[in-house]
Design a protein around this ligand. Structure first.
Ligand code: NAP
Length: 267
């Protein structure tokens, strides 16, 4: 049995992970950590009777006491870096879903994990469809190098652009071999931000935040007299759970932290 702890457990994603791990036959849910909800039994949070596991608020103490094999982190941009370092320092595999870390922090985590030979995963998107969306976008950009990204999320999301949009832009940027249009040098924004944020290579990312949305992304390619749109929609948070389970299982055999669920799916 794989011993799993969840941090950010009181949040929207955290509760979904609690439910999924609780019902997984090869996993033991050994703890739940969050800044909110201290002392609350997790059973009612996931629609069942009390189970005797309650939310606690100190990750390090919880790790020392329960010795999990993996910690699944769905906290947020303020906590995720220090939580991940804490896991590694205690030789526990971090499975990181929370977004908002910068590339320097991700690199540091990967390097530290290599030094101490502890596996783990940082995945800005656990939905298999989103991984395929990124892969197809990498294929398309070889033929249609002019591209912009629109990501759409619920109105409670803290960071913008989304981690998925950044990962997509990084992947597209690496794959793009052909000349692309640089945009008009005379382009004028009469409303600041109207053209979105500019990533490497001039790839534009536009972030939409509205109630009713979950997590969605369009990658739009433009060519001579044509466009191609690759779109992925997470309609419910359950969409991320098969990826979370796969990540927990596969990282048991890793000796470093990898970035992107694609590394576990395709390599
Ligand atoms: P949420 O509902 O706000 O849940 C986050 C929870 O983490 C909150 O209860 C928050 O408490 C708690 N938290 C914050 N700092 C903490 C700390 N230091 N220690 C313990 N708990 C802490 O947010 P969400 O919608 O579930 O999303 C969580 C994260 O997952 C976001 O970064 C989001 O972008 C990401 N996400 C990733 C994927 C993916 O596939 N990788 C999918 C969806 C969402 P407070 O409110 O008190 O801070």
């Amino acid at each position: 049995m794989i011993r799993v702890m969840v941090t950010g457990a009181y949040g929207r994603m955290g509760r979904e992970v609690l439910k999924t791990v609780w019902h997984a036959e090869d996993m033991d849910l050994v703890g739940a950590v969050d800044g909110r909800g201290e002392g609350v039994d997790i059973g009612p949070l996931i629609g069942i009777d009390e189970v005797g596991i309650s939310i606690e608020n100190n990750l390090e103490e919880a790790i020392k006491r329960m010795r999990p094999d993996a910690v699944v982190d769905f906290t947020g941009p303020q906590a995720v870096y220090s939580n991940t370092i804490c896991c590694l320092e205690h030789k526990v595999r971090p499975i990181v879903g929370a977004t908002g870390m910068d590339p320097g922090q991700i690199n540091e985590i990967v390097k530290l994990s290599e030094q101490i030979r502890v596996g783990g995963l940082i995945a800005p998107n656990f939905a298999i469809g989103a991984i395929l969306m990124m892969r197809f976008a990498c294929e398309a950009v070889r033929f249609l190098p002019d591209v912009e990204i629109i990501e759409l999320h619920h109105d409670q999301k803290v960071d913008a652009p989304s981690g998925t949009a950044i990962k997509t832009a990084e992947a597209i940027f690496e794959q793009r071999e052909n000349e692309y249009s640089q945009g008009l040098p005379t382009e004028m924004e009469t409303l600041e931000g109207a053209r979105g944020g500019k990533f490497h290579g001039g790839i534009r990312i536009h972030s939409v935040r509205l109630p009713g949305l979950v997590a969605h992304q369009e990658v739009i390619f433009g060519g001579l007299g044509q466009t191609l749109t690759i779109r992925h929609d997470s309609i419910t948070r359950e969409s991320f759970m098969p990826g979370v389970l796969l990540a927990i299982r596969k990282t048991m055999n890793l000796e470093r932290v990898v970035y992107g669920l694609d590394k576990l799916l395709f390599e």
